[in-house]
Design a binder for this molecule. Sequence first.
Ligand code: 13P
Ligand code: SF4
Length: 328
Amino acid sequence: MENNQPIGYMNVPVPKSIDLVQEIDRLRKEKNAVILAHYYQTGDIQDIADFVGDSLALAQWAAKTTADIIVLCGVHFMGETAKILCPDKKVLVPDLNAGCSLADSCPAVDFTEFVSKHPDYTVISYVNTTAAVKAVTDVVVTSTNTRQIVESFPADTKIIFGPDRNLGNYINSITGRNMILWNGACHVHEQFSLEKILELKAQYPDAEIITHPECKQPIIEVSDFVGSTVALLKHTIQSDIKQFIVATESGVIYEMQKQSPDKQFIPAPPNDSTCACNECVFMRLNTMEKLYNCLKFEMPEIYVDEEVQKRAVKSIQRMLEISAQLGL
Ligand code: 13P
Ligand code: SF4
C-alpha cells in the first residue's frame, strides 16, 4: 500500500501568506495529533514538536501517546517503529523519501539468511533497521541502551549484532564481548575527517571532542567522550568545559546551544566536502511546509505488514521493558 501512495502532495506549494507555526498548531489540536521530532531535525521543526528526543525516547513516547495521529519528524524507520508499537494509530512522516543509509545497509532478505545460519545466536539489532529486520530480531537497541542491553545477557551468550559495525565494534571493545557484526554503517557518521578534527583540536586546544559511537574507530580513539545523541547532550550540559567539537549529525547542536548558551559548539567536518558541518540528507528532507501538508492531507502514512508487525513488536517491547528496568 505504501508505495502506491500519491506522494506529489508532499510538495504541494504552501501559500507564503500562511503562518506555518500557527497552522501546524491548529491542525495538530483539531486532529488530536502529536508531533515527535528527532534531534537531527531542523530547529524550526524541533521548536514546534510536542516532543524532541533520540531514537529511544521517540519510541518510548510513541508507545504511550493517547493521540490519534503520530507525526514522526525523523526518518522512515522511526515512523515504522511508532507504527509497530501503535498499529491502530495513523502514523505520518512529512517526507516518505526520508530513508536511512544504515537501515539500507541491512537488507532483510540477507540478514534473515545470515540469522538462519546461526540458530544458537541471540539477535540484537539497532533500531535503525526495517520492520522486516526487527521481525527476525530478539531485542532491539538504540545507541542510548546498547551497552546495558548487551550486558543484560550472560557473558557467554552468542550474539549477532547488526547492522552498525562501528557501534558493534565499540560495544565489543568496552564490554569485552565478541559479538558477530553485520557489516553496515551510516554515511553521515562514517564521513567525519580525523585530519580536520585534529586541526580543529589544535585551533581550540581547550575543546573536548565528543563523538557518537556510529563513528569510525580512529575518531572514537581521539575523543574525550563517546555517547548517544542524548548522552552527548547531557554531557555538554553537565560539563564545566566551554567548547566542544561535536562529531555527530549537526542538528543536535541546536538543542545543545539552547541548553548551554554560554558554551561554544563546533561541528566536526566531514571528509569530502567544503561544508563545515555534517548533515543527514534524509533527515533534512523534512521541512515545515511538508509537515503542514502532512497534517492537512494526513499523508504520507506508514504501513507495516500485519505479520511483520506482530513479530517485530516483540523485539521493540523487549527493549522498552529492559530499558524501563534499567531506568533508561
Ligand atoms: P540515536 O538517536 O539513538 O542517538 O541515533 C542516532 C541516529 O543516527 C539516528 O538516526
Ligand atoms: Fe540513518 Fe545516519 Fe541519517 Fe541517522 S544520521 S538517519 S543513521 S543515515
